[in-house]
Design a protein around this ligand. Structure first.
Ligand code: HAM
Length: 423
């Protein structure tokens, strides 16, 4: 048997229902904040990510699924959604002189080492806002995230970490100071950090290696390099968060793995998922539109890993069970009644859209069909045979509890099922 490609996960029915339910809750909140959906391609030119996300990031250096298409162009399965979102809105003239609040969802691809909560194909739900420069927008994004967690019931399981990277100029000054500080100590750095010292020194700050963290104790602090405007922006974001009742921790070592951020960056984390504890992350990227060829336009947003959020929801005591199965199983006594059965059952489906009704296919004895109904966890069996078709009625047999079997017209049947499921 051919197996799936490593890191590419199959989502089976129960999990698919759980993911859908999480996604729908999040989308309801996004729509209620008047964000609008955009649907973006999975494939983009590789250059969009090397320029947008940054040549020296792990994503671009070693995690992209890139290939040459038949024209010889280098194209890449999107590792994230922000660059493509900028590309799309810019291409359709939706960024100039206007504001946009959009969301997107779908699979992203990164060649990472797979483990629980980390896959090579994973599903992100992200939001991006363009044309709004003020700290009130950063606060709105985080407030909206807080509403997701409230809607999902996981608000007590997540924490917000936030930091400011400052503007381009203050970042460059901090970066230079950091390199000056670390270069004489470079032999004491771990191998990854030594490499990053030349390519992406800020990323050393979030190294997980203890010896490297110890070296960083006295390193130049980002906060000391923020210019007045960045400082004021960050203070305002933090003040608004406090006013909104959103607990947050300032983490000066939070730098993020994508190069486009300026000023505010944040991560929503949980300690309930082990190593893959970041469920949602983002920040401001005021230089990205220009970097990708547009006019200077402020932007900010975030993306959540839907699988991680769903894993967290699953840990709740009262998490919905999402059992797969059917509610009503319709047994058909002979193939010549099959069409009549489907059409009658369709009247029930139309009237009871929440009820899952399956019509038996494949013939067989009533006893065997009832066994299938039981196996599918049905509450009721319907039975359609010669007498039912002749009398335009359907026999209903409760499979759980003591209620008697009856033969009813469609209207009475709808009433009965409605009453029983409406409780
Ligand atoms: P990111 O931090 O790379 O940011 O990814 C956002 C979220 O996607 C992560 O916090 C995590 O929940 C999930 N995620 C990332 N990689 C994986 C993986 N291999 N398996 C499962 N889940 C994963 C971005 O992608 C930015 N585009 C976010 C953003 C939007 N910033 C501004 N706007």
């Amino acid at each position: 048997m051919i197996q799936s490609v490593r890191g590419m996960r199959d989502v089976l029915p129960v999990e698919a229902r759980r993911l859908h339910s999480v996604e729908n809750s999040v989308i309801d909140v996004l729509l209620s904040f008047a964000y609008e959906e955009v649907q973006l391609p999975l494939l983009e030119f590789t250059e969009l990510f090397s320029r947008g996300v940054g040549e020296a990031t792990d994503i671009v250096e070693k995690e992209m699924y890139s290939l040459k298409d038949r024209d010889g162009d280098s194209i890449t399965l999107r590792p994230e959604g922000t660059a493509g979102c900028v590309r799309a809105l810019q291409q359709h003239g939706l960024l100039y002189n206007q504001t946009q609040r959009v969301f997107y969802r779908g699979p992203m691809f990164r060649y990472e080492r797979p483990q629980r909560g980390r896959y090579r194909q994973f599903y992100q739900l992200g939001a991006e806002v363009f044309g709004v420069a003020g700290p009130d927008l950063d606060a709105e994004l985080l407030y909206m995230c807080a509403q997701f967690w409230r809607a999902l019931g996981i608000q007590s399981l997540v924490q917000l970490e936030i930091n400011s990277l400052g503007s381009g100029a203050s970042r460059a000054a901090h970066r230079a100071a950091l390199v000056d500080y670390l270069t004489p100590k470079s032999s004491e750095l771990d191998a990854d950090s030594q490499r990053r010292l030349a390519t992406n020194p800020l990323r050393i700050l979030d190294s997980k290696v203890e010896a490297t963290q110890a070296l960083l104790e006295d390193a130049p602090r980002m906060a000391d390099y923020l210019d007045d405007a960045s400082q004021a922006h960050f203070q305002n974001v933090c003040r608004m968060l406090t006013e909104l009742g959103i607990d947050h921790t300032i983490n000066e070592r939070l730098v993020r793995g994508l190069d486009y951020y300026t000023d505010t960056v944040f991560e929503w984390t949980t300690s309930s998922l082990g190593a893959q504890g970041t469920i949602c992350a983002g920040g401001r990227y005021d230089g990205l539109v220009e970097l990708l060829g547009g006019r200077p336009t402020p932007g900010a947003g975030f993306a959540m890993g839907l699988e991680r959020v769903a894993l967290l929801v699953e840990q709740l005591q009262d998490a919905p069970a999402f059992e797969s199965g059917v509610d009503v199983y319709c047994c058909v006594m002979a193939t010549e009644f099959q069409a009549w059965a489907q059409q009658m059952v369709q009247k029930l489906r139309d009237a009871l859209p929440e009820t899952r009704i399956r019509v038996h296919a494949g013939g067989g004895k009533l006893k065997n069909q009832l066994k299938k109904a039981d196996g599918a966890k049905a509450q009721w069996a319907l039975i359609i045979g010669e007498d039912e078709v002749a009398g335009e009625r359907i026999t209903i047999k409760p499979l759980r509890g003591q209620a008697p079997q009856q033969t009813l017209g469609v209207t009475e049947l709808i009433e009965l099922i409605n009453k029983a499921t409406g409780d």
